[in-house]
Design a protein around this ligand. Structure first.
Ligand code: IMP
Length: 197
């Protein structure tokens, strides 16, 4: 069965395809839909809802959306909902390695390294019907990135219990532990218990 995923991020799509093995994950690009809604809310939930509703208005079928990011305690929860555009606020455009370097630089000399990935996932069935799950993956910020797997901030987040950064996990291990894996499996369980009519 096919389900829409309101994202242009191929890394997220790959993870969603693994987390929802019973579904064919279709993103707007697959359907020739130009999709880049403005994320104007200051919560993961608010922005996930914006993405989900925007795509639902076009496809009029169940839509999954994910808003996610990294929250660093010593930075008061930043970059948080602005993780995808961290450091790009003052006109400069940073790519993912640039954002990672900036985060490491901002955290230089700060002993409290606690951080977490957060994912809010919405299944949008209609303007008055949607489900949302928010999940986390707790870790510590490294002083130098490590690992080639995953995407985004994965090389920066160290999982003490496993002795690896998220980028050093296999895709299967990441899915098992990650904010997106945990949220996705809960939505997936709800979908099997309550198939949308
Ligand atoms: P958005 O949800 O598309 O607004 O952007 C989320 C941003 O947070 C991504 O561009 C990544 O930089 C970061 N992010 C979200 N999930 C992950 C993850 O699983 N690993 C690493 N970075 C992530």
């Amino acid at each position: 069965m096919k389900i829409y995923f309101a994202s242009g991020n191929e890394h997220k799509r790959e993870e969603m395809a693994r987390i929802f093995p019973d579904y064919e994950i279709r993103i707007p690009k697959d359907e020739g839909i130009a999709f880049d809604p403005e994320e104007t809310e200051n919560t993961f939930f608010g922005n996930a809802l914006i993405k989900a509703e925007s795509l639902w208005k076009i496809v009029r079928a169940p839509v999954l959306a994910d808003d996610s990011g990294i929250c660093v305690d010593a930075l008061g929860g930043a970059p948080g909902v602005t993780s995808a555009r961290f450091g790009s606020e003052n006109g400069q455009i940073l790519d993912s390695p640039g954002r990672n370097a900036l985060l490491i630089a901002k955290m230089a000399g700060i002993p409290d390294r606690k951080c977490r990935f957060v994912c809010n996932m919405v299944l949008f069935l209609g303007p008055d019907r949607f489900w949302s799950v928010q999940e986390t993956l707790e870790g510590e910020l490294v002083t130098e990135g490590r690992g080639e797997g995953g995407f985004g901030y994965d090389p920066l987040v160290y999982l003490g219990e496993y002795g690896k950064t998220v980028a050093e996990l296999s895709p299967k291990e990441k899915d098992l532990l990650s904010h997106r894996g945990k949220a996705g499996r809960k939505i997936s369980a709800l979908l099997s218990l309550f198939p949308p009519e």
